[in-house]
Design a protein around this ligand. Sequence first.
Ligand code: AGP
Length: 606
Amino acid sequence: MCGIIGIVGKSAAAPRLIESLKRLEYRGYDSAGVATLINGRIERRRAPGKLRELEAVLAAQPLAGDTGIGHTRWATHGGPTERNAHPHVAGRVAVVHNGIIENFAELKAELQAKGRVFTSDTDTEVVAHLVDQGLIEGAEPLAAFKAALDRLSGAYALCVLVRGERDMIFGARNGPPLVIGYGDGEMFVGSDALAVGPFTNRVLYLEDGDFAEVNHAGARVFNAAGDAVRRDIKTVASSAALMEKGNYRHFMEKEIHDQPEGCQRTIAAYVDALAGVTAIPGNVDWTHLERIQIVACGTSYIAGVIGKYLIEKYANLPVDVEVASEFRYREPAIRPDALVIAMSQSGETADTLAALRYCQAKGMKSAAVVNAAESTMAREVDVVWPIHCGPEIGVASTKAFTAQVCVLTAIAVAAARARGRIDQAEEERLVRAMIEAPRLIAESIQLEEAVRSVAVEVAKARDVLYLGRGPMSALALEGALKLKEISYIHAEGYAAGELKHGPIALVDEHTPIIILAPFDSYFEKSASNMSEVMARGGQVVFITDPEGAAHAPAGARVVMTAPSSDPLVAPLVMSAPIQLLAYHVAVLKGADVDQPRNLAKSVTVE
Ligand code: AGP
């Protein structure tokens, strides 16, 4: 996914574009560029690599002009080179784009046949040529922009600058989000409210198919049919403070430490602490609901798996959880009397959005557990269940993950009560356990010193195995994903019972085995698995609680003791050690923790 920004301003655009791109860099960071209008001319600066490379170019070759566009890229078509960095320019037009133009090859061939010369391997460049061709053929800028949009198929959020129109930017949205920011005599167009956050907190969210002409005076917004439409201008919370790392070295480190607060705020939104009962927004009939279908990707998918374990155990309500990219194409046999829940931190992940829409088309009631309250998913479902952990900037999800689990934990208790599986006293006990969880998460984070020393060993490994049973098998998947995505060490998460069916062949004295095993109903089995791997030289890091530590077989390389907790909230309490382990291994390996290679914070393309 990429980040785009446009400014029709009253002061030098280049430094402001950079300031905004710094807030967008988590969306993609393999190249970046800016372009401004200077006395009717378009001037451009681009650089491969991180934003700091572009800043160096601008320091050497400053860019004037109060109106401009900027882009930070996660490459889809064309490698991460300067030649493929946005903005792309053709004639009088410059464009920055987030998404994929799916019919770009056909359009490129048509334009080349008209003698147009392309200078990049990207899909985006066709947009600049289409608009410029329209201008050459006599169309006014807005008409030329609209005509170009009508030729595109695929997903796009676009900002276009037209030479000769001194203070004008055109924006369009079809899929990936785009907002218009309202300043004092100046206007902004950006990928999200964070992008325009340094300049304004008054934003308008374009709908799919909308396009807009933006100048100093304001914005004219049109729908896909070309009719002028009015969209609400909203005042969003100032995000400046939430965007800072404070005393932490990385956003990920801060966000791991922010989890007690993020979970506390999230849990508070789903329980009535005074009455000691759950309070889930949206009138879902948990008593009669037949089934829940969860669709998600990555860490959000793993949160969904934990939700499955809890909801089925406590509420006896069937839950299917599927990776969205598989679900949407396999023609699943689904019936309308189910609730689909999209799990997504960004609320924009293309695969999850498509799977959600698939279920909605089949008549299912829909809900979304999201961190971005104004995201596409949040605006398309029947019921929104927001998490309240604040913007998550680190590409590796941590505080959003545990906040998502908080929501599904509350749903498990609410559904259990509604279906008569627990009485009021048990609901009150479980709600108390939830309210206590943030304190236990904070205690679990205190394992950081022990984790730091384990990280020294794990950082040397070629392969790492994570094992767990029950909800801990899902947490094993999450521990492996965290380690892979930020330290680039191969890791696998497995249900501990599966080990003997193959993966145990991997075990030798060079293989760290991280076993997650609180003293619960699975403990004895997990302890047996621990003995199996130690018998084969496996180096076991046993993450448990005090009771588990007292009963663990001897021989583990390390035993880490998280606080005791009710099984309902054990996944929340046991997350921090695996997050911290991935973080400290990545730091030891000198990896780019907040912006790992090849990744982006939200993947709004398939
Ligand atoms: C998590 O650490 C990863 N960055 C990734 O798997 C992420 O969870 C996935 O891309 C889904 O994103 P979403 O929650 O915004 O939909």
